[in-house]
Design a protein around this ligand. Sequence first.
Ligand code: ZN
Length: 153
Amino acid sequence: MSGMKSVPQPKTAALGRGGVPTPSTPDQRNEGGPPAVRKLLSSVVSGLDRPLRADDVASAVDRCLPLPDLVTCLNPLCDNKCSWPKGAGRPREYCSRSCRQSALRTHARLTDEVMLIEQVLAQGSVRYTDRVRLEAHAAQARWCLRRYPTGGE
Ligand SMILES: [Zn+2]
């Protein structure tokens, strides 16, 4: 890929395997005693003997597991990171405009290839070796396509 540069960024929230926040993250602010364990938001607000209110949840978001604030660029061929903006500002989905355009072009190309192959296979009377080759190519293209976001910007 062109147009990608690796910019080192501070890691402020760790992700576990597969991008899932690691449960039971120790709270670093609790010096001295045993580290407090951060929980799922639903567990922090559980156990109330009355219906849950917005202020219950609002006060619990700081005590639950932190959300990741550094994630991988949405272009599946890119390893750069996108960070959640510190102040106001739109969060970035892609590390750069060129990376986004590259991802959109690749998505369109893969979609076209799958459609073309489906078209010719639907005509029937396809030689066995051609069918095998075409189905394998379409399967790989679909496998790639599952990595691309379908909505968003
Ligand atoms: Zn990128």
